[in-house]
Each structure stands twice: as C-alpha cells, then as structure tokens.
Design a protein around this ligand. Structure first.
Ligand SMILES: NC(=O)c1ccc[n+]([C@@H]2O[C@H](COP(=O)([O-])OP(=O)(O)OC[C@H]3O[C@@H](n4cnc5c(N)ncnc54)[C@H](O)[C@@H]3O)[C@@H](O)[C@H]2O)c1
Length: 381
C-alpha cells in the first residue's frame, strides 16, 4: 500500500513512525505540506527514499491507497472527503471535524466509496488503558454507577500564539475539543453515549484565545448512572485520571484498584480479597506489542486488508464530536442538552461558532514555531 501524509507539523512524525513500525508493507510515497521544507525535513530525518515532498496534496490523490491527515481540524472535512472520493482509505487525526454536519459528510463519503476511515485515538492502543476499559465493560464487578474523567493538561500562554489555534471558527474549540477528546473517547468506549449533559466552561488563564481552557460536565445515562468530565489546560503536572466506580470495586487509569465493604453500621472497611482479585484480573490480561499511533496504524492497515476488525471507527470519532458539541451547547445556553443532537439543532453545523462567547481576543500570532516538537502523550499511562 502506498501512503500519503498530509500536514508535516507536530503530529506527523507519529504517523510516519506508525507506518514504519507497523510491519504491514506500507510505503510512504508523499509528504504533503504547503511548507515543503517541513516535508523535506521529515523525508531526510526518517530516510524515506521512496517519498516525494509536495505542496498540494491533490497531486498525490489517485497515486496512493492510504492517506493520513495531520492538518488543523478546520481542514479535516475537505481533505478527508477529497481523499475518500479518490478511492483512498483515511486515517484522520482527532478531532474528526469541528461539527456533526462535517462528520456526517465524511461518513457519507466513506460509505459511498466503500473506504475505511479511522479517527486517531491512540490511547485505545495502550495496554493499561485497554485492559481497564475491558474490565469495566465486562460487568464482572457489577454495574458501572459513576465515572470520572479528569482530563487535565498544561499549556502555556504561547501555545495560542499559533495562528490556527484560539479561534472558535478555525480551531473549533479549546481544551474540550482538542485535548480532552482523548479521554472522552475512552469514556464513550467504556459506556457509550449518555442520554443528557449539563456543562459549564470558562477561560482561566489563556489571554490569547477566544476559546475555553476549562470545562466541567455532568452526564446522565439511560440506566441512571452518571459521569463527570473535567477538562483543563491550567493543570500543573497534568495529573490525568479516569475512574470507574462499579458496584463491587473501583478501578482507575493509571491503574489502581479499590474495593470497600460495609460494616453493620454502613461505614466502610477495605475488601482486600476483591481488590486482590481485581489486580490479578488486570495483570492476567494481554499486553499489546505496538502501542499508541504504532498500534492504531497497524490495526488500520490490517483492517484494510480485512485481517482484523477496525478498533476506532468513524462512528466513534463522530460520537466524541456529538458529546463535545453537547458540552458547548449546554455551557453556552446554560441548559441541559438531550442527545442525540440532530440536523434540526442550531448546534449541528458550525454556525454557532460565529457567535460563541469570546473569553479573550487573539492579539499575538505566529505562522509557525521554530520548534515543532510536541511533548509526547505516550508515556502518560
Ligand atoms: N493524536 C494526538 O495526540 C495529537 C497531538 C497533536 C496534534 N494532533 C492533531 O493533529 C492535527 C495537526 O496538529 P499539529 O499539532 O501537527 O499541527 P501543526 O500546526 O504542527 O501542523 C499542521 C501542518 O499542516 C500543514 N498544513 C496546513 N494547511 C495545509 C494544506 N492545505 N495542505 C498541506 N498542509 C497543510 C501546516 O503547514 C503544518 O505543517 C490537529 O488536528 C491536531 O488536533 C493530534
């Protein structure tokens, strides 16, 4: 399979390494970026002797089988649809697209042309995460009553100097759409879509961004269970955690297991036996050979070859956008949002972003940073 990667900035190396490590015989044929110096630099860095640097990705369409899209979110729909229409399978960076209308256009193109589309959620390909989610889904520890997503990150003021960041109509949103989406996907993987959501958002300390750098949401499911999502960009040390409280035990990512039992008067004491059983269950589960982007690229290539099912589907990518749209809608209208958000909703397209509240105005802008390396999410769990 011949591959084109569109967008040669911060996340592109993870895709290149994914194709190189996957061992599925894929060859990188084009690196497309309007800034061709970036494409050339990556060709040199990875010794990609079969690859050409091109400025316009259209030149590569029709000559490749697979396209990885690593450009800013506002370009995802246009590029994904063009690649699918040219007969390519597409691995699309998160977020799938800023609006549900755009996601549906991408899904329709994939269906019409019979191609696979996977949205990047590399955390699904981390052993410890996958095993905890599987334990929750198994039901072995009773019903999941309450889940908590603490998706807390740290980005400095200059993060929003980059021209495409910090504007509702270009980036699509702040930390909820662009950072917490990794953990929101895991919650949805474990529990599916909730019935309703109530949310709040603000900007605490990013003065060059119109968008939120903090949001908090409370989700209710049809079975009565609840979940909380906290998203932040002001959290020193990025102490991210997902917690799933089930009837018999609670488990966390990064992995921890706790079990309590009640004394006659209802007060708790540790249930060491159950906690030990949960730990043994976790330890007994399989270890993934390839993790993060490497694991997702391999699964994507094997799914194209029909050797295994696709783990992260287009519908999964859309579900994240629907939930996040619900957070924005509820935070702006200060009302509960009931899912699904259909085409008749004012929040189905991106039109609402034109009049979204600006927490601050953008006053400083750079087209690119001299250093495009990003702090890797890889070692977190
Ligand atoms: N999965 C992850 O952990 C992760 C991490 C970072 C970024 N991302 C996502 O990856 C995407 C890109 O983010 P980034 O941080 O790499 O951005 P970036 O700004 O570092 O890189 C984007 C690149 O796209 C190029 N580009 C823009 N318009 C183009 C066009 N029309 N044709 C060709 N190239 C074009 C730019 O020149 C730039 O080199 C975003 O959707 C982002 O949310 C994912």
């Amino acid at each position: 399979m011949k591959v084109m990667i569109i967008g040669c900035g911060g996340i592109a190396p993870a895709h290149i390494e994914g194709y190189l490590h996957a061992g599925e015989g894929a060859t990188i044929a084009f690196l497309a970026d309007q800034n061709t110096d970036r494409a050339r630099a990556l060709i040199e860095k990875y010794g990609l002797k079969d690859a050409a640097a091109i400025a316009d990705y259209h030149e590569g369409l029709g000559k490749v089988d697979v396209v990885s899209i690593c450009t800013p979110p506002g370009l995802h729909r246009e590029m994904a649809v063009a690649a699918l229409e040219s007969g390519c399978h597409v691995l699309l960076e998160k977020p799938m697209a800023p609006s549900l209308a755009e996601c549906d256009e991408i899904i329709a193109a994939a269906q019409k042309h019979g191609r696979l589309l996977s949205v990047v959620v590399q955390s699904r390909y981390i052993t410890s995460i996958r095993n905890v989610i599987d334990m929750v889904k198994s039901g072995a520890y009773g019903r999941n009553l309450y889940s908590r997503v603490h998706s807390v990150w740290y980005r400095g003021e200059s993060y929003y100097y980059l021209d495409w960041r910090g504007r509702w109509v270009v980036e699509g949103g702040g930390c909820t759409l662009n950072h917490s989406i990794h953990h929101i996907d895991l919650l949805l993987w474990a529990k599916g879509m909730p019935a309703s959501i109530r949310a709040f958002m603000t900007n605490l300390n990013h003065h060059n961004s119109q968008e939120e750098d903090f949001s908090s949401a409370l989700l209710q499911y049809t079975d009565g269970s609840v979940a909380e999502i906290t998203s932040s960009l002001i959290s020193h040390g990025e102490q991210q955690q997902l917690t799933f409280q089930m009837e018999k035990a609670g488990v966390c990512i990064p992995f921890q297991a706790h079990a309590s039992k009640a004394r006659d008067n209802g007060f708790p004491e540790p249930d060491e036996e159950t906690a030990a059983a949960v730990r043994a269950d976790y330890e007994s589960r399989p270890k993934l050979v390839l993790e993060n982007h490497d694991g997702q690229v391999k699964n994507f290539l094997r799914a194209i070859n029909k050797s295994e099912p696709l783990i992260a589907t287009a519908q999964d990518g859309r579900n994240c956008i629907e939930l996040i749209t619900g957070i924005y809608q509820s935070a702006i209208t200060r009302q509960e949002v009931i899912f699904p958000i259909g085409p008749d909703s004012a929040y189905y397209t991106s039109a609402w972003r034109e009049s979204a509240p600006h927490f601050f105005e953008k006053s400083t802008e750079v087209a690119a940073f001299a250093d495009t390396t990003i702090t890797n999410f890889k070692n977190k769990f």
